[in-house]
Design a protein around this ligand. Structure first.
Ligand code: 0A1
Ligand code: ZN
Length: 879
């Protein structure tokens, strides 16, 4: 166990910086054996700081200090203190230039923070605190400086040298070296700094802004990926146009660059003018990327681009405010994706992620508010709560204010805070000032952790024609927070008559022009709403389009759910009714005797979905997906994973057997496509045929097997090829499975992004991904411990998706995960800490499992010299 406990950082300790940096002049000398970084900081005392006479304190991490000079005069050893993680200069004037030279070793940087090497190229990742691994600097987002960066490297190995802003100079140097100088006119925090040096091909495009400026768009990739750039560049242009049209935001530099790198801890990074992407989140071709990947790329390219305003022009004051940029930007990218494809499907996907994973986080030991008040390691706070719940909080503002006032609020926010580092409170204040609404109670969404529970009861007074709806909200305790106050919740609803017609929602007797949908506002612990003028008891459609991130309890009858599945005008709620019904049916079979009947009305409802081609096929494709095991576990009080797995399998097989002919017909109806395209309908058709295949193979259907083998062989796109592969891998046809896996690998072995998919199809399968097979994957020649994508594809997919295999009652799955976490902790603590997540939920599971999960956590805890990242997750989980 480590002796010196990592420090907790508190929001309440925030102080403005004592010194500001106006300008940073950087010179990088890049070599194979390391890099020398020359930095000249133009510094002045912060007039806003009352810390007069404070020493200059710069952050540093694993740096070798080669020299230090103040206003050109070298400093002696007694004039500064190099504390390892801080460089302190006690006596400094009001204004000065500090010249620092440091030596770093990017080639040995396996943490992938700061400057590192990925497939032979140099690249950086500075958010959140990576810049301190490059040079000494006040590494905090409220210090914003103008950067000029000169990069020097061998010309033949690194012909492309990139940094933020505009290239202002370039030339040759002795010994076959060259340099390029970049200047970024916009002041920025150092977490937005970026550098890339490599042998890359450039793909160019351009975009004319609404004010008529031509922006150079450039994408840099390794030569073998030259044909995988078009989708990202097209997505970028759509995002640029959309941000002008919907938010009135125009791009500000003359160049916008995207770079793809294979080794990257996260999805992508919004560095000013130089976005760096994980290859798996930006490269696509029809033959190598699935529909889901195409959509993910469009969303992430847009997300990083949108950050240029929500994150870069207006940034965070401190890391507690992370959701200021992330929540808002996720909301913006989800609006964008909704506009580019099917809005209902996008909402379903967002809510699925939220309810499955964010709700679990919010109910577990790592639960934290959207604006946390303390952390040990900020990298652990790039969470679903900051991103997804943060986006839901912004969406609720949109729901409460309506689109016009929301836009007024965002205009005011950008206008007021352009060039500043601000807080979530500044964001809410702009919304408040622009709309004239009091959002003081709404601010609780930023402060209180945990998912509110809404319990709805209703009654119908037939004599008066009044339908009475009572909504109660409760808030669960979370670590460090009890006795919470009620939230301000937008609650969208409609009422339907028995034929499925929307009813007018009259809140008073004389309400004649009543709408058929309302956004009610909940502010108290309990509210009762009365709807007048009703001839019959209506069926309520509650929380439409998931208008708030809450758990909704209402005693639905199966009859009502079936009714809503086919009649609710709100597409999201139609899907949700189907999910609730399927959940109810599966739950009723968990641990039930084998001869318990599967609800016949579920079969009828699914038959209708499969056969009625007049329905919205994009919605149908989603409705046919049974609730995931992860979601069923999240809903359980004490999860018995094997029992949940069996119950879900039983329902799936029962549906497949009952609807066997319909599935074959559905497959055939959706099998013929002309050219590959990414319209919602085309995506839905591929999804439908692949679902049909998966179900047919789940029941060992011979015709399904033949269809899968043929589709695997003849597919002209990755969605179909991997859809068939997945169906075969999850089937009992062992020979077909092995043949398909071998031939897939043979075909794609030189493409790392496809090999990642090949790994994860196996690791996530309870047939191909049992522990011995997972261990074998770890020794496969294509597996690489240094590549986070490979680790996620095998270890992450096994523990996160292959739940029946992971949750072995002997604890072997947990021990395996603990072993891999310890192994990664030294080389890449960020990834190691993320891998722990499945174990953090240990309290959720049946006792035999729970105890073994805890034991695995304790084993990690006891590893000598545990990183701060893993320390925080493990200690909070065990607390
Ligand atoms: N800001 C990026 C995500 C990101 C965060 C941290 C990273 O390294 C620790 C890298 C990327 C985004 O939201 O896209
Ligand atoms: Zn982001």
């Amino acid at each position: 166990m480590r002796s010196n406990q990592p420090q907790t950082i508190y929001l309440s300790d925030y102080k403005v910086p004592a010194y500001l940096v106006d300008h940073v002049d950087l010179r990088f000398e890049l070599f194979e054996h390391g890099a020398r970084v020359h930095s000249i900081l133009t510094v002045r005392r912060n007039p806003q700081s009352d810390d007069v006479g404070a020493p200059l304190v710069l952050d540093g991490d694993r740096l070798v200090l080669e020299s230090l000079a103040l206003n050109g005069t070298p400093l002696d050893g007694d004039q500064y203190e190099d504390r390892g993680d801080q460089l302190v200069v006690a006596d400094v004037p009001e204004q000065f230039q500090l010249s620092v030279v440091t030596w770093i070793e990017p080639q040995n940087n396996t943490r992938l923070e700061g400057l590192y090497k990925s497939s032979g190229m140099f690249c950086t990742q500075c958010e959140a605190e990576g810049f301190r691994c490059i040079t000494f600097f006040p590494d905090r987002p409220d210090v914003m400086a103008r950067f000029r960066t000169r990069i020097e490297a061998d010309r033949s190995a690194y012909p492309v040298l990139l940094s933020n802003g505009n290239d202002i100079d370039r030339g040759d140097l002795p010994d076959g070296r060259h340099f390029v100088t970049w200047e970024d006119p916009f002041p920025k925090p150092c977490y937005l700094f970026a550098l890339v040096a490599g042998d890359l091909v450039e793909k160019r495009d351009s975009f004319r802004t609404r004010s008529g400026r031509d922006i150079d768009l450039r994408m840099y990739v390794e030569p073998r990926n030259a044909d995988k750039c078009a989708h990202a560049l097209d997505s970028l242009k759509r995002a640029m146009r959309w941000d002008e049209e919907v938010y009135g935001r125009e791009y500000d530099l003359d160049i916008f660059m995207i770079v793809a790198v294979d080794d990257f801890n996260m999805g992508a990074m919004e560095n000013k003018g130089l976005n760096i992407f994980n290859s798996s989140c930006v490269l696509a071709s029809q033959d190598t990327a699935t529909d889901a990947a195409y959509q993910r790329i469009e969303a992430i390219v847009a997300h990083e681009y949108f950050h240029n305003w929500s994150g870069n022009r207006v940034t965070c004051r401190d890391w507690f405010q992370l959701s200021l940029k992330e929540g808002f930007t996720v909301f913006r990218d989800s609006q964008f994706s909704a506009d580019m494809g099917s809005a209902t499907v996008k909402r379903i996907e967002d809510v699925t992620l939220l309810r499955t994973a964010q709700f679990a986080e919010d109910a577990g030991p790592m639960a934290h508010p959207v604006r946390p008040s303390s952390y040990i390691e900020i990298s652990n706070f790039y969470t679903l709560t900051i991103y997804e719940k943060g986006a839901e909080v912004v969406r609720m503002l949109h729901n409460l204010l309506g689109p016009e006032l929301f836009r007024k609020g965002s205009d005011l926010y950008f206008e007021r805070h352009d060039g500043q580092a601000v807080t979530t409170d500044d964001f809410v204040r702009a919304m408040e000032d622009a709309s004239g609404r009091d959002l003081s109670q709404f601010r609780l969404w930023y402060e209180q952790a945990g998912t509110p529970v809404l319990t709805v009861r209703d009654e119908f007074d037939a004599d008066r024609g009044v339908y009475r709806l009572t909504v109660e909200q409760t808030l669960p305790d979370t670590p460090g927070q009890t006795d919470k106050k009620p939230h301000h919740i937008p609650f969208a609803l409609g009422l339907l008559d028995r034929r499925g017609q929307p009813l007018p929602l009259r809140l008073a007797d004389d309400d004649t022009e009543a709408p058929t949908e309302r956004m009610l506002e909940l502010t108290e612990r309990a509210h009762t709403f009365e709807f007048h003028g009703l001839a019959e008891c209506p069926v309520p459609s509650l929380l439409r389009n998931f208008s708030a991130p809450v758990r909704l309890n209402y005693p639905w009858t199966r009859e009502q759910l079936l009714f809503l599945m086919s009649h609710d005008p709100d597409g999201f709620n139609r899907w949700d009714a189907g999910q609730r019904l399927a959940v109810d049916v599966i739950q009723s079979l968990v641990g039930a005797p084998r001869d318990t009947q599967v609800e016949p009305r579920l079969v009828t409802a699914y038959r209708h979905l499969i056969c009625d081609a007049s329905l919205d096929q994009a919605l149908v494709a989603k409705m046919l997906q049974l609730p995931s095991e992860a979601y069923l576990i999240e809903l359980a009080d004490e999860a018995d994973v094997p029992a949940i797995h069996q119950a879900r399998e039983r329902v799936l097989k029962h549906l497949a057997i009952s609807l066997r002919d319909e599935l074959v017909a559905c497959y055939r109806r959706n099998a013929q496509d002309s050219a590959y395209d990414l319209s919602p309908l085309a995506i839905a058709r591929r999804s439908l045929r692949n679902t049909a295949l998966a179900w047919l193979l789940a029941i060992n259907d011979e015709e399904g097997r033949a269809l899968a083998v043929r589709q695997f062989r003849d597919a002209d796109n990755m969605t179909d090829r991997i859809g068939a592969l997945r169906a075969l891998v999850n089937s009992d046809y062992e020979d077909d499975r092995n043949q398909a896996l071998a031939s897939f690998y043979q075909r794609y072995q030189d493409d790392p992004q496809v090999v990642e998919q090949w790994f994860s199809v196996q690791a996530a399968s309870d047939r191909a991904g049992q522990l011995p097979q997972i261990r074998a994957l770890l020794t496969h020649p294509a597996f690489d411990w240094k590549n986070p994508n490979k680790v996620r594809a095998v270890v992450g997919a096994f523990a996160g998706q292959n739940l029946a295999a992971f949750h072995q009652v002997d604890g072997s799955g947990y021990d395996f995960l603990a072993e891999q976490v310890c192994r990664l902790d030294d080389s890449n603590p960020q990834i190691a800490a993320r891998l722990v997540t499945p174990l953090t939920r240990w309290r959720k599971f049946a006792p035999a499992y729970r105890e073994r999960m805890r034991a695995a956590l304790e084993r990690i805890r006891d590893k000598p010299s545990l990183s701060r990242d893993v320390y925080e997750v493990v200690h909070k989980s065990l607390a």
